[in-house]
Design a protein around this ligand. Structure first.
Ligand SMILES: Cc1cc2nc3c(=O)[nH]c(=O)nc-3n(C[C@H](O)[C@H](O)[C@H](O)COP(=O)(O)O)c2cc1C
Length: 344
């Protein structure tokens, strides 16, 4: 198992730890630091492909290409927002080792993107993030992704809804893939994993590594709109109660641009409390705009803005370098495994 991962991604150490492609937050600095620490670092994108080109140029200036001439990092695309004809020339030029596809308008878009990427950068591997057994099976049949990232309901940021936690999602998907002859598709787990214990649990469930987003929001390399964002992440505890999933967070600045079937998990701050108390959306937008004009821009204090975070936020307690996060998570995953073995 580990040897297949190592042959595809020769720079990694195991267990595989990956930082999520958080659009607007995860740039070249984070991606490079994670890959240099033996993980898989991703640059996240939303719409602006000029940004992606600049970040990949920056990453290429410090990374050594792998033996198949790819750049040892990944790039993530939100399929409902990104334009394939703008993304593909950048992929062809920079050849990132991994292309991450998520959040399509229709499942078929995964197939279209996969076909074009395999043509324009044949050595790049395709990772698709999905949240159900059914979509995982459909993709295994239709476009043979190298990796399926199974996103559980605890995940920070956006994802398909409804969904299950990774403890049931990952093993059920593994069983279904194996039964249909798709043993070659690697599963990774994402959602609520913020330390090595979570990684060990994901491996026990049938994943071959973990993707973490929320935990890297406290990294030194993350790009944040204001410093208060990080303080709010560090202060949040008991993630099941202090975060919530919904579409309300996407309505705060104006109409929701996300397709039907998606929502997002964020800190359940003042906007969310008001929403639950029946405050109308127009009033919520007014209160959000007023907070955004203040010093903390709505990301600190009682939190009016959409501050995306998963249920694992309570385990994120200090600012660290991405290198330290990756190395510590790997170390504690092994320790956690030893503890598990001693209990069996
Ligand atoms: C701030 C933030 C931004 C995110 N942005 C994206 C994104 O642009 N594209 C994407 O595929 N996933 C995005 N995600 C979701 C991640 O891919 C991943 O599923 C999630 O971070 C895993 O759960 P965790 O946050 O509990 O570790 C984002 C997550 C967070 C927390």
């Amino acid at each position: 198992m580990a040897s297949k991962l190592k042959s595809h991604y020769p720079w990694i150490s195991t267990p595989l730890i990956s930082s999520a492609p958080m659009g607007g937050f995860a740039g070249a600095d984070l991606a490079v630091a994670v890959s240099q620490a033996g993980g898989v670092g991703f640059i996240g994108t939303v719409i602006d492909m000029g940004f992606l080109d600049a970040e990949l140029t920056s990453a290429a200036s410090v990374l050594t290409t792998t033996s198949n001439n790819t750049l040892p990092i990944g790039v993530g695309f939100l399929l409902f927002a990104a334009k394939l004809h703008e993304a593909s020339p950048i992929i062809a030029h920079h050849k990132p080792a991994i292309i991450w596809l998520a959040c399509p308008q229709a499942t078929e878009d995964f197939v279209t993107w996969t076909n074009v990427i395999r043509h324009c950068s044949p050595s790049s591997r395709i990772w698709c993030q999905v949240a159900s057994v059914a979509v995982a099976m459909e993709l295994a049949e239709k476009c043979s992704p190298d990796v399926l990232v199974m996103q559980g309901a605890d995940a920070g940021g956006h994802g398909p809804c409804p969904g299950a936690g990774i403890v049931s999602l990952v093993p059920e998907t593994r069983d279904a893939l194996d039964a249909a002859g798709h043993e070659d598709v690697i599963l990774l787990a994402a959602g609520g994993i913020s330390d090595g214990r979570g990684v060990a649990a994901a491996l026990a469930c049938g994943a071959e590594g973990a993707v973490m987003g929320t935990c890297f929001l406290a990294s030194e390399e993350i790009v944040l709109p204001v410093a208060e964002f990080r303080q709010s992440i560090l202060a949040a505890k008991d993630g099941g109660t202090q975060t919530a999933r919904g579409t309300i967070f996407d309505e705060l600045k104006g109409p929701n641009i996300w397709p039907a079937g998606y929502d997002g998990r964020a800190i359940a701050g003042a906007s969310y409390t008001d929403f639950k108390n029946g405050v109308a959306i127009e009033e919520l937008r007014k209160r959000n705009a007023a907070a955004m004009s203040e010093g903390h821009k709505g990301f600190g204090g009682d939190i009016r803005a959409a501050l995306w975070a998963g249920t694992g936020v309570g385990l994120v307690n200090e600012v660290k370098s991405a290198k330290d996060i990756v190395e510590e998570v790997r170390r504690t995953a092994r320790k956690s495994h030893e503890r598990m073995v001693s209990l069996l």
